[in-house]
Every structure is written in structure tokens, then in C-alpha cells.
Ligand binder design. Structure first.
Ligand code: SAH
Ligand code: SF4
Length: 449
């Protein structure tokens, strides 16, 4: 979500005539788009902000803007702590970026503008976007979150849940397809509750309906989404995934904990058994499904017995991969008050090692099963480790490194045979090129509302 917000801020500045440059030393404007989901992002932000002070000392005309949910959380404190900041704005008013920079330049005074909530009519996805990829795009379907997970700061900083109208989403996807995009990722904090707030008493679309509608957009070959909440992950969604040819066989279903006691304290609204039962239903419908998850280690009061249950569910889940996080206390959340029950770093560190070794083993096992199979790959470009090789992804979101394929542009589709498996990636040989994108495409600007 945060990356996509950055693309939108960049799009707005470009639409105003600015140009993106890689060299920060020559920049006239620097925008830092921040995230406050975990404390280490906070710490890194304040480190970078310090570095910008030196830059402003050498270039007094430089404008520094701080955006995103950390800006929203720390608002005035940022200007108090860092007098070199010109503009602070939050997630609900990023559409104001250009105006705020201009006003600060004219007045010579720092401006802090944070809105608490977003309205339907100002849905931010209608803004121009500077897409990082020519062939893949994020599409926001919903903002905010109506849940109250005890550890999570998102509802505070992203506001109440608002779904975007289905027709607007489908129209944006169709525009993207005309612009050469073939892969889209639908974004929301809890995509399975999509549509609940639409319809005003009449029929409101569900996430499954949206998947089907987007599946029908010509030119789109791969549809991904993140994140579904396990408590709302319905059979209708599983059916839509398995019946829609363009919806990829990948599910990111955040578990958080395997202990029912901890899940209840977190207010997650499901038990470990219910989570595993949904997973089984999804795998039965889609035998090729790859499943990834998020797990928090060291939630306040987590006992060794609770953690053992997380290990058991991590084992039973047979995950393709997991993002594992040490619990981070966030101001204003319910769990932030449970200071007495915080676990020491020695305990969380040791638990994390045990969890990671289980996840590594299941991902190695699942990757090994790919060897010898034929997969459709979307080429993303040269490999970051070795630019003589190409990197692509399977429909199940596995990273694949390939030799050869000279002249294949990013955005090409190939058929390949998987030759080797490692815990984080696969290797493959190209059998056949399916399609290569046109060299240049006419960009179709999105309407600015
Ligand atoms: N809406 C998504 C989660 C978005 S936040 C969902 O409910 O599934 C992404 C991930 O960050 C979460 O799944 C969680 O594992 C992690 N996370 C959020 N707050 C955290 C905290 N305070 N400490 C550690 N990890 C956290
Ligand atoms: Fe945070 Fe829970 Fe909402 Fe996810 S569902 S964004 S974890 S409050």
C-alpha cells in the first residue's frame, strides 16, 4: 500500500512538471513516504531525516516533504524535531502534495496538513501514478480498516474502511491493460470485506464478484491480491479464485499466531483450526496453490506453550514462505498498554530462530516439488545478483532465475522447465517464448479527478 502511495505521489509531482532523478544531491524536492507499522521503520526514518539536514544545509532551496502514516502519527513532532522539514502530509491527503509544496515555497513556513478520514468521492486511486513497472501495477480496491487487532496501528492512521466502487476499479484495470499492463495486484487491508460499505441497502458487490469482473478484462493475464483476513476468507472467494483463469494460484493468508488464546487476545476472530480448515479448502480447490503468511513472535504474554502451538500450525500449514516479525509495540494500540507482559529480546530471538527453521524447511520442500515441472513465467528483468541472467515469476509468485533468453524484454511470458530448487528461489530453462511486449507503448493518462 505504501509503495503504491509513493507511486501516486511521484505521479502527481510529474504531472506538475517535475522530473524523477536518482541523485538525491541534485534534487529540488525530496519526499519521504513513511510507514509506522513496526518500530524499526520509525527508527530508520528519523535516521534518514537527520541525513537530509546536511543536504539542506548545502542547498537551502531544497524542499523536504514527509508523507505517509508515520507522518500522520508523529505530525507536529516531526517539524519540532526537524526544523528543515517544509511539508508534512498524511495518507488521506496525498492528492494535495503539489499544492502543499507550492504553498510552503510561497510562504516560507512549514506546513503540516493531516486529514483524519477519507471520503468516497476523493478516492486516491484516481490520481495519476508513476508506475515502477511497465507490465505490473497495484490497484487499490479499499482503504482503511474496520478491525481492531490489538497490536496494529493501521486503523488509527489509515482510518475507517472504505471500498472503492467496482466500476471504477474495473475501468482502471481496463486502462492499465490498454497501457500494456498484464499483471495487477488488488490492494486492501482486508480485501475479503470489500463491498460491505457499498450499495446502501441494495445489493453490494463482494470480493468474489470483483475477482470475476477483473478476470474478464481483456489483456490482463495475472491477478493477485493482498491481504485477505482469515476470518472473512469465504468459500465464494475460493470458488472465484479457482474458476477465474487469470487469478493466480497464490494466497497470502496472515496467521499471526497458532495459539487460540493469543489469537483471541489479538482479536483476530478465528482459531487455529478454523484457519487450517480454510487453508485445506483452498488447497483442495486449487492443488497448485502456493500459500504464504505473516507470523508475529513475542506478542505480550506469549508463553512457551502458546509459541509451541504457533510452531505446530506453522508445520501443519506447510507454507511456501512467511514474513516473520518480532512483536513491536505501537503507541495508541491496545497491546501497547501490556508493558508488564512484554517478552525480552533473548526469548523472542530464540523463538524466531525456531520458527524460521520450520518455515525454511517447508519452503525448501515445496520448492523441491517444482523441479521437472513446466511453468509459465513472467519475465521481470535482469537478475539483481547477476545481470547476465533473467528473473521471472511463476503464477504462484516464485522467483525464478533463468539463463539465456537474450533479447527478452521485461514483461515477456515464457514457458520454462524448472531445473533446480533453493529455499528462496528456483532455476529454470526456457522452453518456449509465449509473448513479448511491444517496445514502446502510447501511455494513456488516467483522468485526474
Ligand atoms: N491487514 C493485514 C495486515 C497488514 S500489516 C492483515 O490483517 O492480515 C502486515 C503485517 O505486519 C501483519 O500481518 C503483521 O504480521 C505485521 N504487524 C503489524 N503490526 C505489527 C506489530 N505491532 N508488531 C509486529 N508485527 C506487526
Ligand atoms: Fe491491522 Fe488487523 Fe486491520 Fe490487518 S486487519 S490492518 S492487522 S487491524
Amino acid at each position: 500500500m505504501n509503495e503504491h502511495d509513493s507511486e501516486r505521489i511521484a505521479g502527481l509531482l510529474e504531472a506538475d512538471g517535475m522530473e524523477h532523478i536518482d541523485d538525491i544531491e541534485s534534487a529540488d524536492v525530496v519526499v519521504m513516504n513513511t510507514c509506522c507499522i513496526r518500530e524499526n521503520a520509525d527508527n530508520r526514518f528519523y535516521g534518514h531525516l537527520g541525513e537530509l539536514k546536511a543536504l539542506k544545509a548545502t542547498n537551502p532551496d531544497l524542499q523536504i516533504a514527509i508523507a505517509g502514516c508515520l507522518a500522520q502519527k508523529d505530525r507536529d513532532a516531526i517539524v519540532d524535531r526537524a526544523g528543515h522539514v517544509d511539508v508534512v502530509f498524511g495518507t488521506h491527503n496525498l492528492h494535495r502534495a503539489v499544492d502543499l509544496l507550492r504553498d510552503a515555497r510561497t510562504s516560507g513556513q512549514p506546513i503540516v496538513e493531516i486529514l483524519e478520514e477519507q471520503e468516497h468521492d476523493e478516492f486516491p486511486s484516481a490520481l495519476p501514478t508513476r508506475r515502477e513497472s511497465s507490465f505490473a501495477a497495484w490497484v487499490t480496491i479499499q482503504i482503511g480498516c474496520d478491525n481492531n487487532c490489538a497490536f496494529c496501528i493501521v486503523p488509527q492512521v489509515r482510518g475507517k474502511e472504505i471500498s472503492r466502487r467496482m466500476g471504477d476499479i474495473v475501468a482502471e484495470v481496463a486502462d492499465l491493460a490498454k497501457d500494456g499492463v498484464t499483471e495487477i495486484t488488488l490492494l486492501g487491508q482486508n480485501v475479503n470485506s470489500y463491498g460491505r460499505d457499498l450499495g446502501a441497502g441494495q445489493y453490494s458487490p463482494k470480493f468474489a464478484d470483483l475477482l470475476r469482473a477483473v478476470n474478464d478484462v481483456a489483456g490482463i493475464r495475472r491477478i493477485r491480491y493482498t491481504s485477505p483476513h482469515p476470518k472473512d476468507f469465504r468459500i465464494a472467494t475460493i470458488d472465484a479464485m479457482s474458476q477465474c483463469a487469470n487469478v493466480c494460484e497464490h494466497l497470502h493468508l496472515p496467521l499471526q499466531s497458532g495459539s487460540d488464546r493469543i489469537l483471541a487476545r489479538m482479536h483476530r476472530g478465528y482459531t487455529a483450526d478454523r484457519y487450517l480448515e480454510r487453508l485445506r479448502a483452498a488447497r483442495t480447490a486449487m492443488p497448485e496453490l502456493a500459500v504464504t503468511t505473516d507470523i508475529i513472535v513475542g506478542f505480550p504474554g506469549e508463553t512457551e506453550a502458546d509459541f509451541q502451538q504457533t510452531l505446530a500450525v506453522a508445520e501443519a500449514g506447510d507454507f511456501d514462505g512467511a514474513y516473520t516479525f518480532v512483536y513491536s509495540s505501537r503507541p495508541g494500540t491496545e497491546a501497547a498498554a501490556w508493558v508488564d507482559e512484554m517478552l525480552p529480546a533473548s526469548v523472542t530471538g530464540e523463538r524466531m530462530e525456531r520458527l524460521v527453521s520450520i518455515i525454511r524447511a517447508s519452503s525448501a520442500r515445496r520448492h523441491a516439488a517444482y523441479v521437472g515441472s513446466t511453468q509459465e513465467l513472467l519475465i521481470e528483468g535482469p537478475s539483481k545478483r547477476d545481470d547476465r541472467r533473467l528473473t521471472g515469476r511463476t503464477r504462484s509468485h516464485k522467483v525464478v532465475h533463468l539463463d539465456g533468453g537474450d533479447g527478452l524484454r521485461a514483461g515477456s511470458y515464457v514457458q520454462a522447465t524448472i531445473t533446480k530448487a533453493f529455499s528462496h528461489y528456483l532455476e529454470a530453462q526456457i522452453d518456449e517464448v509465449i509473448s513479448v511486449p511491444a517496445a514502446t507503448r502510447v501511455r494513456i493518462p488516467l483522468t485526474v479527478v
